[in-house]
Design a protein around this ligand. Sequence first.
Ligand SMILES: Nc1nc2c(ncn2[C@@H]2O[C@H](COP(=O)(O)OP(=O)(O)OP(=O)(O)O)[C@@H](O)[C@H]2O)c(=O)[nH]1
Ligand SMILES: [Mg+2]
Length: 309
Amino acid sequence: MSKRATTPLQKLKEQLQAVDVLFEVRDARLPFSSAHPRIKELFGTKPRIIVLCKEDLADKKRLPPSLKELAEHDGNASLSLSLKLAKGKDRLVQLAVNLCKEKIAARRKKGLLDRPLRAAVVGLPNVGKSSLINWIAGKKKAQVANTPGVTRGNSWIRIHPQIDLLDTPGILPIASFKGDQVTKLALCNILPSDQYSNDDIALWAIALLEEEYDSYLDTYRSAEDRKVDLERIAIARRLVKAGGIPDLQRASALFLSELRAGKLGPVIFERASSREAEMAEQESEFEEKHFDPYPEEEWKPGDSESEDE
Ligand SMILES: Nc1nc2c(ncn2[C@@H]2O[C@H](COP(=O)(O)OP(=O)(O)OP(=O)(O)O)[C@@H](O)[C@H]2O)c(=O)[nH]1
Ligand SMILES: [Mg+2]
């Protein structure tokens, strides 16, 4: 008998059926874009906490509006964490316990045996899933590496008398991301490096920094010239090829690694307000398309189940 062919997304969906609550990890520098485009279909109404990892790299002023927007419109709760610090673990577990209360009560009502609820960590590559599991478990349980896609391959770790955590994260596979999302994911090292050009991403990031965090670029500027481009970065970091030609390729790679490591300063590459505008646009589009709930060709007298008005 041949095995049933499934896509990684279908497999993940199947795995998640046994799970009661999700920790959806995103990169704090991309609170909205580091989500999978098909999370609604994948997760349905399963209780879900959005965990923004790498808080230490993120702009603290922009975090609160993003967290509020996420808790209200995406998940059931949200919080940001730096896995470099010990604090925050109890808060995360408590959020999960609170979210599970309803489910625990429903199981008891049905007369089902009390068992700990099952939690799992999910997220795009390289967002910090394995680090989060290790951080919660308090010992090295999952493999960590700064390369997208390191985790492959189930056992449960008791993290609270009422919650078990799956020791292997669910990797949300790279999808057909669109437009700016591709650039932002590349910028945060979430896409495999063969899927983009460092030069393109670096130029995009320079333009964004000029607009939003201009002083971060001062480290590359000369006293005479405020303009920053790859050539300027190469000169500032003494990256030259034979004959004194600035090495633009090494300049873009070094600039991206400095930006990603937080050496230029803390960043958030997108705002909650722009996301609100985007959602409002989608909603008005939806309303227009569905303006008449009974289009003429489908509606027949007598179809309506509504009571007499
Ligand atoms: N600065 C900082 N780095 C972090 C934090 N959490 C994780 N990282 C780093 O991010 C990189 C990726 O972390 P992993 O835990 O391997 O990420 P993952 O989501 O399991 O990645 P895959 O298994 O590749 O899908 C590693 O270099 C971690 O050290 C954090 O809170 N702050
Ligand atoms: Mg991993």
